[in-house]
Write a protein that binds this ligand. Sequence first.
Ligand code: PSZ
Length: 500
Amino acid sequence: MASSVISRHLLLSCHKSLHLSLSGCRYASKVATKTQVNLDYDGPSMKTEIPGPRSQALTKQLGDIQNVGAINFFCNYEESRGNYVVDVDGNRMLDIYTQISSIPIGYNHPALLKLMSNPNNLSTIVNRPALGIMPPENFPDKITESLLSVAPSGLSRVQTMACGSCSNENAYKAMFIWYRNKERGHSSPSDEDLNSCMINQSPGCPDFSILSFMGGFHGRTLGCLATTHSKAIHKLDVPSFDWPIAPFPRLQYPLEEFSRENAQEEARCLEEAEDLIVKWRKKGKPVAGIVIEPIQAEGGDNHASPDFFRSLRKIAQKHGCAFHVDEVQTGGGCTGKFWAHEHWGIEDPADIVSFSKKLLTGGFYYKLEFQADKPYRIFNTWMGDPSKNLLLAEVLSVIRRENLLVEVNRSGKALMNGLYELQAQFPGIVSRARGQGTFCAIDVCDDETRSNILVKARNKGILLGGCGDRSIRFRPSLVFKEYHVHMFLNIFNDVLAQIK
Ligand code: PSZ
């Protein structure tokens, strides 16, 4: 482990960064040279079944400290590179799951290693600030260079947060505060408001609701969990709110072949969503906001058409509800556009867009009217982490430099074509191939066969994940090239042939 990629790389680049800092460059991304080596292995290499003996021993060790039921295997992140994750038993797998869709440009990208080896950046890593009260000098510049440079259409402001749940949780609060001030007609709470909120009663704690969709996933914190409806185990035994849940369209794939049936299904769901908004207002629990994923990810990669989202956006406007698009999993380029909502083709797609995962920092973009009227209303200790903005700025510059959105579209097409071929070849096993960019999925005949396929694929060096009741999802990083797609398809073909 002493000869790991990282330490080698750090040794190599120390002289360079010293030189660069002497030349007076302030921000690492301005001095980052073109990627010297495209660090990637040339294929999977398997030494043991997964989990191997070292992973099993570590799982046992950690099991004495915490619940380890979800652990797949332990990783050697120093040796992982590009599209390949290496485990502690020396197995190297083509990673099409990427830490639940969260590695933007592969493991140990040279540009990121270089950034982290620049002494100018050390202070950002060592001294984590409480951003809401004492941000560092370069914070406005960094956030402009990173998050604002990819701001969704119509959203001029951004608040960073630590994770996806935390981002959504605070976005919901921003929507409630906005709604209440709209209702009051001013932003001065009464004494009654201030007293009643301290004992969880209205009017200080108003009975507002958020409309979410069946099959949606927006996080596991208490507010978010009330809008999460993908698996019972996420919600079991936890008190929740009486908030409306609309059906999300269950479409038939390929979408182009079923446009009439799918349009009917979408119309049904839209009608139901609007009915719920009216019903909840009558119940005295008005819908302050609607939250939705552009593609329901955890819930099974459920798609809906641009028309569906455009109509839903209009329903939100008609009823005075905020419209929150959760791009935690879809954001960052994997659908072939930086934001999945860009596929809808509208100028004003959302009031709030939340993000995390591939963006490295969590947070949400919002319209000025959604800015809380007073400080400390949307607030916590860290409010994000400037070291993540530093990494994000470099990730974005790699995406631009290496034209990665073009690559995603190319790889995505090859992946979809391959999945169509496989479902034609193995009709009893896989079906309903669907996707946008490389954000793709396919259904398996049943849950047991799915687990069997996932285990077999992993033992052949392909790391995949499941979603929904019986889907397999593809979540490669943005450096997943066409030749990686073909490598995957060949191995996956062998796996399916073994199942047959
Ligand atoms: O089991 C889990 O807790 C998982 S597995 C995948 C996720 C969570 N995704 C996180 C997620 C998401 O996909 C969407 C669309 N919205 C919010 C979240 C929550 O993000 P985190 O996990 O960072 O809190």
